[in-house]
Design a protein around this ligand. Sequence first.
Ligand SMILES: CC(C)(COP(=O)(O)OP(=O)(O)OC[C@H]1O[C@@H](n2cnc3c(N)ncnc32)[C@H](O)[C@@H]1OP(=O)(O)O)[C@@H](O)C(=O)NCCC(=O)NCCS
Length: 186
Amino acid sequence: MNEEEPSKKKSGSLVIRQMEIDDLADVFHLGEKLFTAREVPNLYRTWDEYEVISLFQSESEFCLVAELDGEIVGFVLGTTIEKTQSAWKYGQLVWLGTEPELQRKGIAQKLFKHFRDLMLEDGVRMLLTDTEADNLPALHFFRKLGFGHPQQHIYLTLNLSDQLKELKGKKENQRSQPRRLRSKDE
Ligand SMILES: CC(C)(COP(=O)(O)OP(=O)(O)OC[C@H]1O[C@@H](n2cnc3c(N)ncnc32)[C@H](O)[C@@H]1OP(=O)(O)O)[C@@H](O)C(=O)NCCC(=O)NCCS
């Protein structure tokens, strides 16, 4: 396949449509290609099949895919947030991705515009999104599409491996103690 082929292929028919149950695996695998531990470690940690399924299950109307000649080449997954003390309804763009070979061809822009229109129809007054501070393609994209007022948000991690080992050790010790002794201790 020469390098021209993906863009030639793209001149086929790009359709933006609602995600369907049969798209779940394709969307998940495309996300696996995009949200890698090296490029976007926090996105990598939270991307899994349950994430896709639960967004699809809760508000499938805000889960869209871009389909090109029968293949899923992009997706946007979102949700809405309503708060009891606020008249404002928020829309959250949770995940967005375009097939690497087909980036910079306007696919995410088309997905986003459909997504935004659906949110508007649903009464959403503000869209929220977030990504890693060094995810420049996404930051450029969001800025181009009108997102502003960036605020810093720090991700922290706590590795629980040592505590996990300790806990396992305790459980093994308990199991190896004779039953009689254990019940005395308890
Ligand atoms: C961010 C992402 C979805 C953009 O998808 P895309 O289909 O390539 O975006 P588009 O072609 O619609 O780009 C629209 C505009 O966004 C900006 N943009 C997109 N990618 C850019 C990049 N790599 N560098 C600079 N600007 C970029 C440009 O202004 C572009 O318009 P232009 O091409 O006319 O200059 C894509 O890079 C991607 O899948 N990244 C990995 C997943 C990710 O980080 N998702 C976001 C967090 S969930």
